[in-house]
Ligand binder design. Structure first.
Ligand SMILES: Cc1cc2nc3c(=O)[nH]c(=O)nc-3n(C[C@H](O)[C@H](O)[C@H](O)COP(=O)(O)O)c2cc1C
Length: 201
């Protein structure tokens, strides 16, 4: 089967893209509005970009009608975000925060997840998440036509939090993190088999 994505309706294109980039890690992004409301939302167009400097990418599409989501509005206004890693235990609450809530509603309150003050940035991190990256926005790259562009956020990690209880011998133990990944539609996954392959000398 060959799919020409160009002529498809936006929804169909989205469905093919998100069903074929597999699995996707989830950035659970906390930001603060200029009015001081703590916002929280998940984004699975997420990945690492570079280690030196430590930079992550999150791509934030517009809402219907090209209206920007609260997360990108807050990042553009304040330059700060925290990216939390979602363990399986809170997958349902993470999805709950993805509802279209008004800007003056905090998804921390909607979900009951715990705000933990960050050390270097204003947005709080999520207490239930074993890994959190305090970040400052390095650059926002607009992808696509201005009326409905996706905002690709390049976020520099200024402080990394790793809970002691996901470490084994001082290293992050992926089984203990138990991260949730997104697949297509409403499907999610956790880690399957984990194994090691030595690289060539
Ligand atoms: C698991 C998951 C992953 C998502 N990934 C993205 C994404 O990569 N980009 C995006 O624009 N929206 C994504 N969404 C939708 C946003 O979370 C949703 O639009 C949310 O309401 C945005 O909140 P905000 O307006 O508070 O920023 C995702 C939703 C879920 C449940």
């Amino acid at each position: 089967m060959i799919i020409d994505l160009g002529p498809l309706a936006t929804r169909e294109r989205y469905a093919w893209m998100t069903a074929t980039v597999l699995p996707r890690p989830i950035a659970f992004v906390s930001t603060v509005s200029p009015e001081g409301i703590a916002n929280l939302a998940p984004f699975s167009y997420f990945n690492g970009v570079s280690s030196t400097p430590p930079v992550l990418s999150v791509a934030i599409g517009p809402k219907r009608g090209g209206v920007p989501k609260d997360t990108i509005r807050n990042i553009e206004a304040t330059g700060e975000l925290v990216i939390n890693v979602v363990p399986r235990a809170i997958a349902g609450l993470m999805v709950k925060t993805s509802g279209d809530y008004a800007p003056d509603v905090s998804e921390f309150d909607v979900s009951g997840l715990t705000r933990v003050p960050s050390q270097l940035v204003r947005p709080p991190r999520v207490g239930e998440c074993p890994i959190a990256f305090e970040c400052r926005c390095l650059q926002v790259v607009k992808v696509g036509p201005a009326s409905m562009a996706t905002a690709l956020v390049l976020a520099e990690v200024v402080l990394l939090h790793v809970a002691d209880d996901v470490l084994t011998d001082g290293r992050v133990d992926p089984r203990k993190v138990d991260p949730v990944a997104r697949l297509g539609a409403s499907l999610y996954a956790t880690l399957g088999e984990v194994w090691s392959i030595a690289r060539p000398e």
